[in-house]
Design a protein. Structure first.
Length: 190
């Protein structure tokens, strides 16, 4: 099953619903594309919001397009600095997670839940998943080499027709393996 995969670092960011975007930026506001991401149809916007934590606040980029639920994704370092007790979860699993206040240029909203530390994961196209012998939601290990070589364990495989094959970890995890520069590569293990 071993296979090589590009690992990308994911910085703190948020996803918002259409209703939340209307509150934060004004009714009918449309997100703009600053940079396209590796996952088809996903993009970083130039629009930013402030997340108010129990200890302090931080400015976050919004990832477009609008989603079905609001979600704030932080690293453990970011969550601790802001004062959140955020659980490690798969994207979209926000039930009983920390809440926060999001502040935009036109308004603000109190979220009852939605602040998480994203669980490390690997997106796979169905063809690549078949080649690697991996199924959706399978837990895999990914080994990286170098001076701070390590094995990322508990990596969730997310297989789908809208996925491009890339692994996503936060910058705490990138730094722990000294991954920097263009396209660091890991090897999927069984």
């Amino acid at each position: 099953m071993p296979g090589k995969i590009i690992i990308e670092g994911s910085g703190k960011h948020c996803h918002v619903t259409r209703a939340t975007l209307d509150i934060l930026f004004g009714e009918g506001f449309e997100l703009e594309v600053k940079k396209w991401l590796s996952q088809p149809g996903q993009f970083v916007t130039p629009q930013k919001v402030t997340v108010a934590g129990p200890r302090k606040s931080a400015e976050l980029s919004i990832i477009g397009p609008c989603r079905k639920m609001d979600q704030v994704e932080l690293s453990l370092t970011d969550a601790t600095a802001l004062g959140f007790n955020a659980p490690i979860r798969e994207s979209g699993d926000v039930a009983d997670s920390a809440g926060c206040r999001l502040i935009g240029p036109k308004g603000e909203i109190e979220l009852r839940e939605g602040v998480i530390i994203a669980k490390r994961h690997v997106h796979l196209s169905p063809a690549d998943a078949e080649t690697f012998g991996i199924t959706d939601k399978q837990i895999v290990k990914v080994r990286v080499g170098g001076e701070r070589a390590l094995v990322f364990d508990e990596v969730v495989a997310r297989v789908g027709p809208d996925h491009a094959t890339f692994m996503h970890v936060d910058y705490d995890e990138m730094n722990s393996a000294a991954l920097s520069g263009a396209d660091p590569v890991g090897e999927i293990l069984d």
